[in-house]
Design a protein around this ligand. Sequence first.
Ligand code: ADP
Ligand code: MG
Length: 709
Amino acid sequence: MDKAKNLTPKKSPDHTPPVTKDTPVQFLKGVGPARAKLLKRLGIETLEDMLFYFPWRYEDRTDLKKINELSYGKVETALCEVVSAEVVTTPKRRMKIFEITVTDKTGFLKSRWFNQPYLERYFKKGQKVILCGMVKGNPYARFGLEMENPDFELVGDDDTFIHTSRIVPVYKATEGISPKQIRTLMFNAATNYSSLIDDYLPAEVLDRNNLKPLQWAVKETHFPEEFTDVSVLNDASSPAHKRLAFDEFFLLELGLALLKKREVLEQGISFKAEDHLVNKFLDSLPFELTGAQKRVIAGIMSDMRRPLPMNRLVHGDVGCGKTVVALVSMLIAVENGYQACLMAPTELLAEQHFINIHKMIETLGLKVVLLTSSSKGKPVDHIAQGAAQIIIGTHAIIQESVTFKNLGLAIIDEQHKFGVVQRANIRRKGFNPDILIMTATPIPRTLALTLYGDLDISIIDELPKGRRPVITKVFFPSQKDRIYSLIKEELSKGRQVYIVYPLIEESEKLDLKSAIEGCEAFKRIYPEKRIGLVHGKMHHDEREAVMAQFKSGDIEMLIATTVIEVGIDVPNASLMLIVHSERFGLAQLHQLRGRIGRGGYDSYCLLMAYPPLSEEAKRRLKAMESTSDGFKIAEEDLDIRGPGDFFGTRQSGIPDLKVANIVRDITVLEAARKEAFAFIDAEPDLNKYPMLKETLQKKWMGRLELVKS
Ligand code: ADP
Ligand code: MG
């Protein structure tokens, strides 16, 4: 029974080991092996896990009502006395129902519980009880008020209330264990064992940031006593929550700071600035670099000259010209006798980069190779022997079997999910090669700080001259004819057109089918036009051929699944139709749209949407119509999706944020970051702070060998 009275731990016999924060939950009061298994599903294995499993919301049950003040349809709490209690059995299903009637002199209230006949023991006539539940029943009947399965607490002389008469925490539960049962276990853990938690933060950090002790914060977050404004608690903004959020950010930033420090301390390659190749290349370009490109290139050059490994993120909206920047950096490495590689997230993009780059530097006489999971034999040998100077590829580049002769620079393109761990893998491919990450995925500044906290950041904040904003508009199936005539108009002007179909993994076949069918349909509508199809399941030679035809203008209309999301560059394309645009994420839509508006023509992005549209889909489409600013899009995206989802999977390799929220707690993040970086500057080995060191290691789960002793 989860009664408050039973919670005081029994004196354990002397031979049982004392409870520590590492004690498996199985040995805690009220748990046992069966429940321990259930708790494991929630990620709770030790007492410490339990203490750090926080409620996801709170209910205010402090407001005791009289029975005649109870409102129908609301969750209410009332203090009453038992008048009668009985177990009845339903005739058909023979279900046992325990039913009580209670009063407080202002009226009567019935409560019933299903399949818990043992409750009879607790509800004797005259027993005082607090009930909390949804008020139901027939308001016109004399005994009309009812609660089904209310939370209850028996009132004795010196009771502690867990489920009623307080701000009550609500925990995410799992099958076999209810939120109420978890609450009881939590109460035991929080009241008896919060003191076992070490406060690993140095006192001066606590002082400077006005932070409460960790033990207090943990206990208060579970069972708020001092700070009881339920709306603030539900917003996770109480002083207790702030302390927990600070810790999550601090440990995250401390890891990033250490990583950065370590890299700074390491010897890297100091490239010389001859710049023959670079100048020759720049002279061959049919355009002048933008001011932003020049500035970013200058930053990269100075990084590369220094004898420390470069770790830089170049951020620029789609179409700002990152490829040129990447090429210049690679040429610096090559000129110094090193190899340079560029990694793209998809095979198609790697192929496109390979073709583009090959063309752009044809006259320089360099050996460029393509390495994807479908390439065999030769490129791998050429890379190992050093014959290949520039290597373009996919994740295949970081496979175990690929070795470089002397990798000097690694560039990661368009891959915001490429975390610290993968970067470490690339590092191992060479002798601390310089690393450059290129991303067009607009990342709000707050997120960039968190995700890329160990990187230096450059921003290309200028588009090449002659770019026009893309006119974006949502269309519905009833407006198909309008779409067809807009397409026809563009084609008749000699422009080219993209038609994009969604590709959702679970139903890949179905979507492929719709792209193929779409292609057939468009061939019927525009019989005189040359129409091509590309998708991810195609053999890459075939795909490459279609792309080449589209690029050269032989194909006027390209039907594609989202394989064309990034990196495809056909300036003559001026219209994109996105079919089922309601199914795409905002970042993805923005990326896709970035494929057009590159040639100085008026360009159009038509978003075909199939109702009914969810609220979120409406917001996404509206955002697309109203702005083309990548940063604005990113902020909106973050707002719609929430930070957890925005981060993507664990791929990023950074520790989880459970309480902290990078949007809501941005000021806490900034404070924690400042503290963490100053801290590592002063105390890089953390030897004076063993508890902090241990916590840090645990939090990063050894992913980075951050702290070596
Ligand atoms: P992204 O940043 O999206 O990767 P790209 O590097 O693919 O952009 O460049 C987009 C297009 O703009 C390419 O056709 C490229 O040749 C062209 N471009 C790049 N820099 C300039 C510039 N300074 N002036 C004019 N066109 C440029
Ligand atoms: Mg690009």
